[in-house]
Design a protein around this ligand. Structure first.
Ligand code: PXL
Length: 282
């Protein structure tokens, strides 16, 4: 695959931000995002939304960060360091989402602003443990979807948001259309969880055209953090000025290689592993 340019030693790097929860197990959330940012050669910054209590077996609880502290982190980074693209992951509560919507709007992130905003509408962990209060999804759809450059739900999130059960390519395109109607510039329906399909195909829709991103389906139970890693790599490419389809293509290749390199840690689902990148030349 074509890699992103690496920063010159001593020169200012491209900077990105993840607005996400902490995974104590180091697989998903901001830990996975910062790992991919570093390995892709961009400077990663973060606004922590919640601290989860988590290992490879599941999430047993989380503690949200006060909304003004989330907003303060975003503002502190943008006003000093600056960011070229932003990603949201676990947002925990409606109050945190409102604070993020207000702050990103003021700072020109998402909407018609210059800084692309990728919104991954994370609602639950792989084990089904909630990462968002039930009423907060409405706030996320109302306040962040219309401002998103691209939204990247998995099939469980698609069902929750649109009521559509994706079972094949036709229903996947129907879901992409329903998501796009909620306001984002682009909607990506990730097909990784469609286990009946021979390949892993993601469908991207901009209101006119459907694009498909197809990769091999890899037989592993170590796939924790896959969705986050796809989004994180995509955001790195957006920060480098890629257009959305090219950025998704980069993210999809990056996560597929990271799933191929996934390893076991703990007794449950191990993390995807982006460190394959270290073995390749620039
Ligand atoms: O993969 C979604 C996700 C995002 N953020 C945090 C998580 C998870 C899944 O477990 O724990 C903090």
């Amino acid at each position: 695959m074509q890699h992103l340019p690496l920063p010159e030693s001593g020169a200012a790097p491209v900077t990105v931000m993840t607005i996400a929860g902490s995974d104590s197990g180091g697989a998903a959330g901001l830990q996975s995002d910062l790992r991919t940012f570093a390995l892709a050669g961009v400077h990663g910054t973060s606004a922590v939304t919640a601290v989860t209590v988590q290992n490879s077996l599941g999430v047993t609880g989380f503690h949200p960060v006060p909304p003004e502290t989330v907003a303060g982190q975003i503002r502190a980074v943008v006003e000093d360091i600056g960011v070229r693209a932003v990603k949201t992951g676990m947002l925990a509560t409606a109050e945190i989402i409102d604070a993020i919507a207000d702050t990103t709007e003021q700072l020109g992130i998402g909407g018609d602003g210059a800084v692309p905003l990728l919104v991954d509408p994370v609602s639950a962990s792989q084990h089904g443990d909630p990462l968002l209060t039930p009423e907060a999804m409405d706030t996320l759809l109302r306040r962040l979807f219309p401002r998103a450059t691209v939204v990247t739900p998995n099939l469980d999130e698609v069902r929750l948001i649109t009521g559509i059960e994706v079972v094949d390519g036709a229903s996947q395109r129907e879901a992409a259309r329903a998501l796009h109607a909620l306001g984002p510039r682009w909607a990506l329906v990730k097909g990784g969880h469609l286990r009946s399909a021979a390949t892993s195909t993601d469908v991207l829709f901009d209101g006119t055209d459907f694009l498909e991103f197809e990769e091999q389906r890899l037989p592993t139970r170590h796939d924790h953090g896959a969705g986050d890693t796809l989004g994180a790599a995509t955001v790195c490419a957006l920060a480098h000025g890629y257009r959305v389809p090219q950025a998704i293509a980069f993210g999809k290749q990056w996560v597929t290689r990271s799933i191929a390199a996934a390893y076991p840690v703990g007794a449950g689902h191990g993390p995807v592993n982006a460190s394959w990148r270290l073995r390749e030349s620039p």
